[in-house]
Design a protein around this ligand. Structure first.
Ligand code: ZN
Length: 316
């Protein structure tokens, strides 16, 4: 069942891999709905259930707004758009063509996850007709009932990433740009925030300025895809900055070394960083951290290797 977050905002567990790994969000105002992030095609029944729990019908969905086109956020966008005939897909200009023709996205994700896991977890990506999509400009506003949702360009985790700011609630829907903050890792009322450097467009400098832009909005809460609502985000943002900096250090320490064995070394260093953060945060047990972050550690290691390759191409 969707969880009410106040301000006619609902959190939906998309059901990817395990409970509370990935969320998407439903906002309702005067009978109009917006859905931020979509989960995968397998999440569709949960989103439809949330729509009906909010007392609405899929025809009332005005916007579908994936924060970026990574598949845990946008893999089910095509199916959701089919189910919501009046919706417009609002998407980052650099993500738009991948929603219209998802074949490159499918090939890229198959390379990251492997063919079998891709088929099992993400199934089929459906193309979305171009006239139903809208490439959002930075700061572009979208009316929803009596409130305004604003698209904020937030590159860093990915160059096709935007956050959605609800000017009525002051909730900021952050996709992956406020990092990973899994529910299991809350201690003493504080989240543990970790960077996510998924392939292929990690850009630490862009990420730091995106965080500046986000915090300048003075949001009441950040709503993370991974996972849930974090109030007073200013109190926690430094932890995320630390984790981004640590990932940069890990990659730069690797840069001069022989590429042979690179992936294993990056993987181990990322795991060590997460264990250190967990230990400092509240003595989280190492086995729990490794179990919950297993796939993130692997993706972060892959993403850092891609970042190093991009730096090498540019001549450092
Ligand atoms: Zn992502």
């Amino acid at each position: 069942m969707p969880e009410a977050l106040g301000e006619n905002t609902y959190q939906i567990d998309t059901g990817l891999y395990r409970p509370q790994l990935a969320a998407c969000y439903l906002i309702e105002d005067r009978g109009e709905l917006a859905i931020v992030d979509t989960g995968t095609m397998h999440s569709l029944p949960r989103v439809l259930e949330a729509i009906s729990a909010a007392g609405a019908r899929p025809e009332q969905v005005r916007y579908v707004m994936p924060t970026h086109v990574h598949l845990d956020h946008a893999g089910g966008a095509g199916q959701l758009m089919q189910a919501c005939p009046n919706a417009t897909l609002v998407v980052h200009p650099k993500g738009q063509r991948h929603m219209i023709d998802p074949s490159k996205l499918q090939a890229g994700a198959t390379a990251v996850y492997g063919e079998q896991a891709f088929a099992r977890d993400f199934g089929t990506l459906l193309p979305i007709p171009e006239p139903r999509t809208l490439a959002a400009a930075d700061r572009q506003c979208f009316e929803l009932g009596a409130r305004t949702l604003q698209f904020i360009d937030t590159p860093g985790h990915a160059n096709h990433h935007g956050c959605i700011y609800d000017q009525h609630s002051a909730y900021l829907f952050t996709g992956d740009t406020f990092g990973l903050g899994y529910s299991e890792f809350w201690r003493h009322g504080k989240p543990l925030l970790l960077a996510t450097t998924t392939p292929v467009a990690f850009d630490p400098d862009a990420w730091f300025s995106s965080l500046d832009h986000m915090m300048a909005l003075n949001p009441e809460a950040c709503c993370l895809t991974h996972y849930g609502k974090i109030e007073q985000p200013q109190a926690h943002v430094e932890m995320l900055r630390d984790s981004i900096r640590a990932h940069v250090q890990i990659a730069l320490a690797e840069e001069p070394l022989d590429p042979e064995g690179r992936h294993e070394r990056l993987h181990q260093a990322v795991a060590r960083h997460m264990l250190d953060m967990g230990a400092t945060h509240g003595a989280l047990p190492a086995d729990q951290i490794l179990a919950i972050l297993e796939s993130d550690i692997e993706l972060n290691a892959q993403g850092l290797a891609v970042w190093l390759a991009r730096r090498a191409k540019k001549g450092g």
